[in-house]
Design a protein around this ligand. Structure first.
Ligand code: CIR
Length: 254
């Protein structure tokens, strides 16, 4: 059961967020705020209490709070972001995390790790080696997990920004999967829902209690998720997509 979520309002500087898709244009700030409001409402309608942090204009990507912490059922980890413009965001989340967790661990340099590269499946954590998360960071996390009786394993990555850009665990052994992960033996045991190539972005969905949040504009993905019996809430993230952000990145959930 997810009881809590933490989100951070986007600042006007969101328009300067890191992106690999400049052809999509800059985010419209007014629309981004409206979409953020709707995202918060969607989380609340799933029975989650939402803590809303103030925008931090110094960090264009700081609304993507998922990347700065990993929240497990026993402890939290403050990460060390691999993107230079994001270094320092993790400091801003520490006091907030302290309100919810007694046990807090830290990824330390030269290790780097971003939460978007960490997928939790019960007490096992898949950690993607991306341009943001290095082997040292992944190994630090695996060591910490072991300390609390949990485990982690490393997933080699080729193309995607983050591990969860192409994977989402929906609980009940169901995994949304796309692109480079489809033939990865690490994910053989799951009941896989394959996401069509033209809907790749929508592999980033989130299960929140009785619902799955799905981004607007991806009818095939929505249909496939409904077909296995999940109730879906559609949330528009078009402005976040312009800076490579999606549903999971916009909150910490625990
Ligand atoms: C970044 O490149 O860091 C942001 N523009 C997007 C972060 C997305 N986060 C995520 O997938 N967990």
């Amino acid at each position: 059961m997810i009881k809590n979520a933490i989100v951070r309002r986007p600042g006007h500087s969101l328009v300067n967020g890191i992106t690999s898709a400049p052809e999509l244009g800059k985010p419209d700030y007014g629309l981004a705020i409206k979409q953020h409001d709707a995202y918060i409402e969607a989380l609340k309608s799933c029975g989650v209490g939402v803590t809303v942090l103030k925008a931090d204009e110094r960090f264009p990507d700081s609304c993507f709070v998922e990347d700065v912490a990993v929240c497990t059922r026993k402890f939290a980890v403050i990460t060390n972001p691999g993107a230079s413009s994001r270094k320092g965001e993790e400091i801003e989340i520490i006091e907030v995390i302290k309100k919810y967790y007694n046990d807090i661990e830290y990824i330390k340099k030269p290790g780097t790790l971003e939460g978007g590269d960490v997928m939790m499946v019960k007490d096992h954590f898949y950690i993607g080696l991306s341009k943001r998360t290095n082997r040292e960071g992944a190994e630090q996390l695996i060591k910490v997990l072991g300390k609390y009786g949990m485990s982690g394993s490393i997933v080699e990555m080729l193309e995607m920004l983050h591990l969860k850009s192409g994977l989402a665990y929906l609980e009940d052994n169901v995994l949304l999967i796309t692109g480079e992960y489809i033939n990865n033996l690490e994910f053989k045991k799951f009941n896989k829902i394959m996401i069509d190539e033209e809907e790749t972005y929508s592999a980033n969905c989130i299960r929140v209690n009785d619902y799955v949040l799905v981004p607007a504009g991806y009818p095939k993905t929505k249909e496939k998720i409904e077909a296995v019996g999940f109730k879906v809430i559609v949330v528009d993230t078009s402005e976040y997509r312009k800076v490579n952000g999606g549903l999971s990145c916009l909150s910490l959930r625990f």
